[in-house]
Design a protein around this ligand. Sequence first.
Ligand SMILES: Cc1cc2nc3c(=O)[nH]c(=O)nc-3n(C[C@H](O)[C@H](O)[C@H](O)COP(=O)(O)O)c2cc1C
Length: 344
Amino acid sequence: MNNSINKKKLDNLWKRGQNLLGVDYPIMCGAMTWVSEPTLVAAVCNAGAFASLACGNMPSEILEEQITMTRALTDKSFAVNLITVAPNYKTHLDVVVKAKLPVIVFAGAVPKDTEIEYAKSSGAKVLSFASTEALAKRMIRSGVDGLILEGMEAGGHIGPVAGPILWQQILFKFNKEIPIFIAGSIATGKMMAHMLLMGAAGVQLGTRFVMTNECTVHNNFKEVFKRARARDATATPQFDSRLPVIPVRALRNTGSDEFSKLQLQLLQNLSNGKIDRETAQFEVEKFWMGALKKAAVDGDVDAGSLMAGQAVGLADEIKPVKEVINELIIDAAKELDNISELLN
Ligand SMILES: Cc1cc2nc3c(=O)[nH]c(=O)nc-3n(C[C@H](O)[C@H](O)[C@H](O)COP(=O)(O)O)c2cc1C
């Protein structure tokens, strides 16, 4: 870290994030299925920031192994991200409670009050996503320790609302009550500084961390990210209200077209009474898990899913994790100094 940088203003702004996560820099590398595995998580944590291990729908024994592997690579604080709609969710929750992790992140749908209580009984701090004002209020009442607001610009499964609306609806209203982390579209320290000035306790980035040396995804995946423009990361459509699908933001390729075909096929099967809605939705999620693995692990960037946020247009270079984090901090600190001058 460059010693001439004055981090005092940053420390003032993100103190609550530091305390909640137990880190120097409350910059979170969000969980990314098939991407956020022990090597990347440990690299981010060892650089003084924070990361969530993704568990997708992996068998519980693998999750236990991944936690052990991460602990072998870092003695720093990290989280596991639980997807409440994953078929293995309940056993994942048992695993993380038993592992006594410092932080547990609930993603997917809204966790039940009893699940939040159970998670907290292990001593963990609990974070959850909130996509509306009503949900934010409910999560605060349920006793979560922090919220993550993710705008629809983000990569992967997304909500329906753009970040700037969520900031006005939730961040501005509740940031005094509870620490709030902003996710989606952040790729520069300058942007991070403005998020903190708006009242965020920290930030969460996904797409930017794919473009790091320590990220173990297939090189083809990173190469496509390098060339991609912001406009290439588009959200999948929903064709019919009978089959509600959570939109996914990804780079357009044959895999996206395959998803459209799958939706049409499932709708036909629903009309014919061959399957019910739950089975259709399960098939959709199964598709995404498999398609993401195909691209991120096997390197099939044509047929697989290239989940990416629009921040992909700002992530052109592959760098060591430490350099990415240092750049974010240096640029944010400089921006805060510039702003102080402007206001004087
Ligand atoms: C390839 C990829 C996979 C993702 N998988 C998950 C996931 O399994 N669980 C989750 O909560 N979020 C997931 N996300 C969202 C990230 O954790 C993070 O919130 C998001 O990427 C932030 O937005 P950004 O991409 O604009 O930085 C994923 C994002 C990407 C790009």
